[in-house]
Ligand binder design. Structure first.
Ligand code: FMN
Length: 147
């Protein structure tokens, strides 16, 4: 399967998880590539919004900002065409250890918007960067999202 992993990442955490996911997807026999969303410094507008054409499945990955999904990913979601039952995995990373400090809200935002675009959403979950279980959380996200 040809899979696009669309990542917004500022300090590399989300990208690190995406790299592991890509590795596992390739090991499972898929073609998987990472494409990056880029925004201006104040996160007010997108500088790069990768096309999702040509991918049979997608993953969207973003950090949590200000207790919700990072703004560049919110802006990116607005650019989406109909996803016509395409499989779209989602995960987020956040600094704080509890999901109610933004992670749950960010995932809900992604899920709701993707379902509006008719995607078949697969929940990867949250990686809490300051948690001692971080490694395990990364493994869980990767396990859930490799088709
Ligand atoms: C502007 C800003 C706001 C943030 N707000 C939150 C927050 O509300 N809750 C949280 O747990 N972490 C918050 N963080 C931390 C990031 O979510 C966390 O470090 C994330 O893993 C960064 O991912 P990245 O390295 O891929 O950019 C914030 C970081 C930034 C820069």
């Amino acid at each position: 399967m040809k899979i696009g992993i669309v990542v917004y990442s500022e300090t590399g955490h989300t990208l690190e998880v995406a790299d592991r996911l890509q590795e596992k997807m390739i090991a499972a026999g898929h073609y998987a590539e990472i494409v990056r969303i880029r925004a201006d410094k104040r996160r007010m507008k997108l500088e790069e919004a990768p096309s999702v054409e040509g991918y049979e499945a997608l993953v969207l990955a973003s950090p949590v900002h200000a207790f919700t999904l990072a703004r560049p990913m919110k802006l990116y979601l607005k650019t989406f065409p109909s996803l016509k039952d395409r499989r779209v995995g989602i995960f987020v990373t956040q600094q704080l250890k509890r999901p109610f400090f933004g992670g749950n809200r960010a995932l809900r935002f992604l899920q709701k918007n993707l379902e509006k675009s008719k995607a078949q959403v697969v929940l990867g979950g949250i990686v809490h960067w300051s948690a001692k279980e971080r490694e395990k959380q990364q493994e869980t996200v990767v396990e859930r999202l490799v088709p």
